[in-house]
Design a protein around this ligand. Sequence first.
Ligand code: NAG
Ligand code: NAG
Ligand code: NAG
Ligand code: NAG
Ligand code: NAG
Ligand code: NAG
Ligand code: NAG
Ligand code: NAG
Ligand code: NAG
Length: 418
Amino acid sequence: MRIPFFSWLVLVPICTLFLNFSTVFVVSHQCLGNQRFLLLELKKTLIFDSTLSTKLVKWNQNVDCCSWDGVTCNEGRVIGLDLSFEFISGGLDNSSSLFSLEHLQSLSFAVNNFNSPIPSKFDKLANLSYLSLFNAGFVGQIPIAISRLTRLVHLDLSSYSSPLKLLNPNLNVLVQNLPELVVLYLDAVLLSAHGKEWCQALSSSVPNLRELDLSWSNLLGPIDSSLRNLQFLSIINLSEKIFQVPTLQTLDMSYNSRLEVSLPEFLPNGSLQTMVFSYTNFSSSLPPSISKLKMLSRIDLVGCNFHGSIPDSIANLTQLAHLDLSNNNFNGSIPDSIASITQLSHLDLSNNNFESIPDSIASLTQLSHLDLSNNNLNGSIPSSIASLTQLAYLNLSDNSLLCKRSRISHTINQAEQT
Ligand SMILES: *[C@@H]1O[C@H](CO)[C@@H](O)[C@H](O)[C@H]1NC(C)=O
Ligand SMILES: *[C@@H]1O[C@H](CO)[C@@H](O)[C@H](O)[C@H]1NC(C)=O
Ligand SMILES: *[C@@H]1O[C@H](CO)[C@@H](O)[C@H](O)[C@H]1NC(C)=O
Ligand SMILES: *[C@@H]1O[C@H](CO)[C@@H](O)[C@H](O)[C@H]1NC(C)=O
Ligand SMILES: *[C@@H]1O[C@H](CO)[C@@H](O)[C@H](O)[C@H]1NC(C)=O
Ligand SMILES: *[C@@H]1O[C@H](CO)[C@@H](O)[C@H](O)[C@H]1NC(C)=O
Ligand SMILES: *[C@@H]1O[C@H](CO)[C@@H](O)[C@H](O)[C@H]1NC(C)=O
Ligand SMILES: *[C@@H]1O[C@H](CO)[C@@H](O)[C@H](O)[C@H]1NC(C)=O
Ligand SMILES: *[C@@H]1O[C@H](CO)[C@@H](O)[C@H](O)[C@H]1NC(C)=O
């Protein structure tokens, strides 16, 4: 069928060709005629580099449009369109035939260079459940139209390559009609919302959210406790910005056990004093740059799936009074440098795999609570521990420590000293 048709095709002018295609292909091919017409119109209006394009450039009128690269159909209707990495530099506005491909469920324009606003006609694509405009080069304010795509499950508007804003409408308005959202990526989109505002917007509107990436979004902390209501949230990436907020003093994201948090390289001059991430899943090592958060006085990282050793740089956290790293997989030696944290009064390193206690621990004269139980400590108990006159609680049980040749495995539980 295709071959004779092809020979006829070269003879007719372009415009009549579209009309004829419609009638011919409805009968003989999967792709419905109007779908083919709309796709060809889209190709015609998009400005793209045909020397670098790998999909659009190959859209061939003589082939069933449902087998074109980047096109997915269901019963001859286009339901998926992937025009990512197509070197498109313009040609998408409100009049685009794209917005007549009403059966679309999945659409990606990721990594292009549109260099224009996101058209308001996006709301015509009401059946979209997947939309990626990641680094598509769109600029300016994200239109309200996106918030009318009520079936969205995956929305990626991340934009490192061009300035995209979500100010008016804001994040709150954007997500309020998107109850099915599971993945939301807005990296580098200018949001400028306060912690309470965006945390509450997310927790009240998108209860099924599992992945959230707001890196470089200019968000202001502190993160609000309402984020705890996002019980399915499993990945959050707030990148460095949240720790740079000069006024952020307390960050509590504890008990988000499904949450997989990635810690940034910390930058200096943060004012964070309290960092509580207990029972949140890090599955990483503790970055040495944590020492840059010089104002920290309390760190609770209990049960966070940390591994590796405690960085030596922790010594620089001279304001630290409370350090609880219990129930992780830390190993190696407890660093000698810990002796510099002279304010430390509460040190809990229990339930890890530490192998040695430094003698320098005796310098921590403010210690009142020391729990090193259930580690792999061996050798003898440093006699210097005796000089910790403030100690009220000491637990060294479940180690292989020696005390005057006899193996001990018991708890020393001193009464409060005077
Ligand atoms: C949108 O999806 C619904 C349910 O999946 C379907 O019934 C409807 O026909 C779709 N609309 C279009 C325009 O494809
Ligand atoms: C699309 O149309 C809306 C009005 O419906 C207008 O405000 C907007 O500027 C138009 N967008 C573009 C990219 O032309
Ligand atoms: C988090 O975001 C930063 C900055 O965008 C990126 O470099 C990093 O790879 C992301 N981490 C994860 C786990 O996605
Ligand atoms: C950070 O603090 C140091 C000294 O504490 C100061 O010299 C530097 O200018 C500060 N940097 C910023 C970006 O505020
Ligand atoms: C924590 O994250 C790691 C790596 O992503 C994963 O293998 C592990 O199952 C997670 N643990 C929990 C309790 O979710
Ligand atoms: C402590 O901080 C100083 C200056 O901020 C830095 O030069 C030094 O390397 C840090 N020490 C450690 C052990 O990281
Ligand atoms: C600590 O554990 C890591 C694996 O998490 C391992 O590569 C490293 O060799 C261990 N270090 C010591 C001192 O046992
Ligand atoms: C000492 O530590 C062990 C192991 O972590 C724990 O089971 C025990 O309850 C602790 N003892 C006291 C008195 O807190
Ligand atoms: C302590 O354990 C380490 C390895 O875990 C071993 O090399 C060392 O000999 C042990 N020391 C004593 C006194 O048993």
